[in-house]
Design a protein around this ligand. Structure first.
Ligand SMILES: Nc1nc2c(ncn2[C@@H]2O[C@H](COP(=O)(O)OP(=O)(O)OP(=O)(O)O)[C@@H](O)[C@H]2O)c(=O)[nH]1
Ligand SMILES: [Mg+2]
Length: 237
């Protein structure tokens, strides 16, 4: 069992995948790491990823971000699973730092926030929406974060095994962070730079916004009802 799984999901990322995997390998040289790609592409992404040394799991036809991410998180064998988009937006050189915060035993989930300031690569509307999501999460759930939508996180394997998530619909990252935090798992946040994307976005803005509120309100409701089904108590919580 590797210590670290670096997990990515890919939908037609042939322009970026080679560069991203090379960066991950350079950043994690000397670490006990597997690179996992859950791929739903029609282009050459899976061949390029496999040739570069990644373990490629095919999910085809595409079943959406949520189901691909759920598969990636369940397939990752490492003690910590670090996710990032395969579009060159996230800094792979920060993977060891994020993984180390979990492997040291200090945290169960580390969120890499893109929102210390407004990234030049993020449209203003997305930036403002992300702040609104963070504010609503704080008011309704009492969780202080600046970025509920980051694709770069480190998750403790044993935590992923205990918390259930709804993979249907967009905005899964919202639930992947807020649900464990509500259950008492230890959440940390670090700021990262966020770069321009290589290739075309798959983000459906309105659907994602709707689902973000839906996921936050569902957790708010469950919190009012008592301990949520599918949320095991965190150790010591
Ligand atoms: N396997 C799989 N991967 C997907 C699917 N939808 C999106 N992805 C991947 O999920 C990651 C995140 O999608 P992005 O298009 O980057 O969405 P985003 O990060 O919200 O938008 P940007 O800010 O434009 O990057 C990328 O690596 C995509 O290739 C899917 O249905 N299946
Ligand atoms: Mg992206």
């Amino acid at each position: 069992m590797p210590a670290i799984t670096v997990a990515m999901i890919t939908l037609n990322e042939q322009e970026a995948v080679g560069k991203v995997i090379a960066e991950i390998q350079a950043a994690t040289a000397g670490h006990d790491v597997e690179i996992l790609v859950v791929d739903s592409s029609k282009d050459r992404t899976p061949e390029i990823a496999a040739a570069a040394g990644a373990r490629v799991v095919r999910q085809f036809p595409p079943q959406g971000y949520g189901r691909a991410m759920a598969r990636a998180l369940s397939e990752g064998r490492g003690e910590v699973v670090v996710t990032l988009d395969c579009d060159d937006t996230y800094p792979a050189d920060r993977i060891p730092e994020l993984a180390g915060m979990v492997l040291s035993g200090q945290y169960d989930l580390v969120n890499a926030s893109r929102l210390e300031g407004k990234p030049a690569s993020m449209p203003l509307a997305n930036y403002l929406a992300n702040w609104l999501f963070a504010l609503v999460s704080w008011i309704l759930l009492g969780i202080k974060t600046t970025d509920v939508h980051s694709g770069m996180r480190a998750y403790r394997r044993s935590m992923l095994d205990k918390v259930t998530f709804d993979p249907s619909g967009p905005a899964l990252p919202v639930e992947l962070m807020l649900k464990p935090a509500l259950a008492g798992y230890r959440l940390a946040e670090v700021f990262i730079p966020y770069r321009d994307r290589i290739g075309v976005t798959t983000l459906g803005r309105w659907e994602s916004t709707l689902w973000t509120f839906r996921r936050i309100f569902r957790l708010f409701w469950i919190r009012w009802q008592g301990p949520p089904a599918g949320v095991a108590a965190a150790p010591g919580a």
